[in-house]
Design a protein around this ligand. Structure first.
Ligand code: SF4
Length: 178
């Protein structure tokens, strides 16, 4: 049974259908188009323009994901995924129904996202297993960090954060230890 809206449009920059660097395990990474943060030193400046990229439906991306039975998780990166929460929420619902884990990147902090008090933002956060938050700060760049580019960014274990009511950083899970 399909419990998500396949017709919503995602503005996409590109996808990496078989990634081992965008989160734990073998994943499908979706890089959305459009970002307002303008972090100096950003590695993906081509994703900033909201008029760039291309349109895809939630259903098209979902079908592309489930085509590969070896995929264990999905990552929403960008660009800024939290500028497209309504469409990505629908894709997240489909992804979670498939038993896949979900990792989301955002240039906003967790606190900034919660302060929005926006239903689709909250719902997307509720379906997220791992959130990597905060802008990329060039002065704090560290190439040794897993899944993030600068020291200020956090890899948040959202399942433990929900259970404990306070931010818990991701240490291990989905077959990977940081
Ligand atoms: S949030 Fe990410 S995509 Fe946006 S400017 Fe910063 S590093 Fe680049």
């Amino acid at each position: 049974m399909i419990n998500y809206d396949r017709s919503k449009i995602i503005r996409m920059s590109g996808v990496e259908p078989e990634s081992i660097v965008d989160g734990p395990g073998f994943r499908y990474a979706a890089f959305v188009q459009g970002c307002k943060h303008n972090c100096p030193g950003c590695h993906n400046p081509q994703t900033h323009d909201f008029k760039g990229g291309y349109d895809v439906t939630v259903g098209e991306v979902f079908d592309d994901i489930v085509r590969n039975p070896h995929i264990k998780g999905v990552t929403f990166s960008g660009g800024e995924p939290f500028e497209q929460t309504e469409a990505l929420l629908e894709l997240a619902k489909g992804v979670k129904e498939q038993g896949l884990n979900l990792m989301c990147y955002s240039g906003y902090t967790y606190e900034e996202l919660k302060d929005r008090k926006d239903s689709s933002t909250d719902a997307l956060l509720d379906l997220t297993d791992i959130l990597v938050d905060g802008k990329f700060v060039e002065a704090l760049k560290n190439l040794e960090l897993a899944y993030r580019g600068s020291e200020n960014q956090r890899v948040i274990d959202m399942n433990k954060t929900r259970a404990e009511g306070d931010i818990v950083l991701y240490k291990s899970g989905f077959g990977v230890e940081l």
